[in-house]
Design a protein around this ligand. Structure first.
Ligand code: ATP
Length: 198
């Protein structure tokens, strides 16, 4: 089996505080992998580490077989997209303008894919509405579109359903399932709500 992510005996200490203790896990390619844990269990810490924002205290991980300490990890990370904690969106801009900004940051040569991206997260009809007037569900869906802008194979979502109403949760669920099936994107999703994640 091929894995997007391989984690072996990963630990993280903040001074004497143990935030992650000996975590081993495998995320197979094509999976929707749920990372369950109550508040403070260390989910965000783990996600920050695999995104390269923090270093582990002990243990190792690899993304697409590239060990985190190797040069190849930078290439592997380019295949990843994600949302960590609250997504950074410009409130005074529309969904389309936010995505254009993201495309510019990524150095993408054209905006042609933006309409398709908006459609894939059900925001085609959001029009010129500024993001500050979006519902939480709309913001989360736009954040997923932002994470997809780099055309990743592996997407990491930290608590994507946090605070959403049941309808909002269903919408996110359907989008994730569709992207997984149609574009073969692997997902790692954290949540503290076991029922919803399952
Ligand atoms: P939540 O769902 O509440 O965000 P979580 O599972 O994502 O929880 P983390 O944010 O990874 O948990 O935090 C794990 C533990 O590590 C918490 O007790 C937190 O207070 C602690 N922690 C996180 N970052 C730091 C830091 N920079 N310095 C010290 N302690 C930290």
């Amino acid at each position: 089996m091929e894995y997007c992510l391989t984690i072996d005996s990963l630990s993280k200490k903040y001074r004497k505080f143990v935030a992650l203790n000996d975590v081993t896990m495998r995320v197979p390619q094509g999976a929707i992998y749920g990372l369950i844990g109550k508040n403070g269990a260390g989910k965000t810490t783990l996600i920050r580490i695999i995104c390269g924002l923090q270093s582990p205290t002990a243990g190792t991980y690899s993304i697409y077989d590239a060990p985190y300490s190797s040069k190849e990890i930078y290439k592997s990370r380019r295949r990843m997209g994600g949302i960590i904690e609250s997504p950074a969106l410009y409130g005074n801009m529309s969904a389309k303008e936010n995505l254009k900004h993201q495309f510019l940051l990524l150095g993408k040569p054209s905006f042609d894919e933006i309409d398709k991206l908006l459609e894939s997260v059900d925001l085609k009809d959001a029009g010129k509405k500024p993001v500050r007037n979006f519902s939480l569900g709309m913001r989360q869906r736009l954040a997923i579109a932002m994470a997809l802008a780099s055309d990743p194979d592996f997407v990491v979502l930290d608590e994507p359903i946090n605070g959403l109403d049941p309808q909002g949760i269903v919408e996110i669920r359907e989008i994730i399932l569709k992207l997984n099936k149609e574009r073969n994107i692997t997902f790692l999703i954290s949540s503290h709500i076991l029922d919803e994640l399952s």
